[in-house]
Design a protein around this ligand. Sequence first.
Ligand code: FMN
Length: 359
Amino acid sequence: MTTKSPVLFKPFKIKSVEFKNRIGVSPMCMYSSKDGFANNWHLVHLGTRAVGGAGLVISEATAVSPEARITPDDLGIWKDEHIEKLKEITAFLEGQGSVPGIQLAHAGRKASTTSPWKGGRLIKEEEGGWQPVAPSAIPFFENNPAPAALDAAGIRKVIFNFREASKRAFLAGFKVVEIHAAHGYLLHEFLSPLSNHRNDEYGGSFENRTRLLLEVTRAVKDEWPEELPLFVRISAKDWAEGGWNEEESVKLAKLLKEEGVDLIDCSSGGLVPDVRIPVAKKYQVPFSEKIKKEAGIMSAAVGMITTPWEAEEVLQQEQADMVFMGRELLRNPYFPLEAAAALEADIEWPNQYLRARTR
Ligand SMILES: Cc1cc2nc3c(=O)[nH]c(=O)nc-3n(C[C@H](O)[C@H](O)[C@H](O)COP(=O)(O)O)c2cc1C
């Protein structure tokens, strides 16, 4: 594989937004907020990755309502007061030449738990937790209390909350919105027959199970400027018998494309516990490739992509349009700067760091 003129560092455009490269910081929960507010942790964490050269920096799963949080420490965007600090962050990211993105999320039946480093256990309502909601009253863990199945008014409220969050995301200066429909959270729970046992127009057939995500997408689009990119993250499959699968993902991606979605971010799993996922290098890339080719929509590959050459190869082989990275960028926020050197791409460095450019 030649590394001259690497695709990874070729600037490209989606709608009106130019990305200086194809590296995206994958959304990662920080569990560091109080009452949903961003703070200096988020500024420094996201800001460092922008200084490190990522073309796109996507905020963690950001709750569209208080009960949409996984934990009480989640980032949120359910009230206007949240906008101010987020605006400071997006301005910093843009100042570094990175595109600021936000992932809008609802945790569904996986809500009301403690943060992972506090044990990740369910918080009961009497301990300050709240009642999780879901398509059906089926808990994630068999022994947990059942979530409340959303009624028609509850579903309308979810759609409204995403719409309002989209409006605030724009006011906060984000240039990409990603709807979180993966990892077993609310929108994914509606997609999968394993968590959705409804017998109304939101359950049963493929058309019914995808209805909520399509309605949420329309609501987000109503408030999101036409010229700005809209992404959706899905779990391409549940890795469980009788679950959501790749063929349905392709069908869904076609529908999302018709709705004006620009890119599908292809993850997998998270809907049910105790499944065997063959985690290995680039293990989710085939999903990105399949969706890109068969649905004719842009895609992002994510998961166990940790070297410049792996990322470059995915793009050269047209298996994805962007590469999102999570843990490698936690270990090394300067990965993009170092990857450019490794692939012999000539990119701009932050002026303040120029003296470190040549070893
Ligand atoms: C600390 C941490 C928090 C995460 N939080 C989110 C999240 O908020 N939203 C999401 O869609 N995925 C989340 N993920 C998954 C990552 O975005 C990514 O898909 C996953 O880590 C696989 O990519 P990697 O192998 O490059 O880390 C999280 C992962 C980590 C490690």
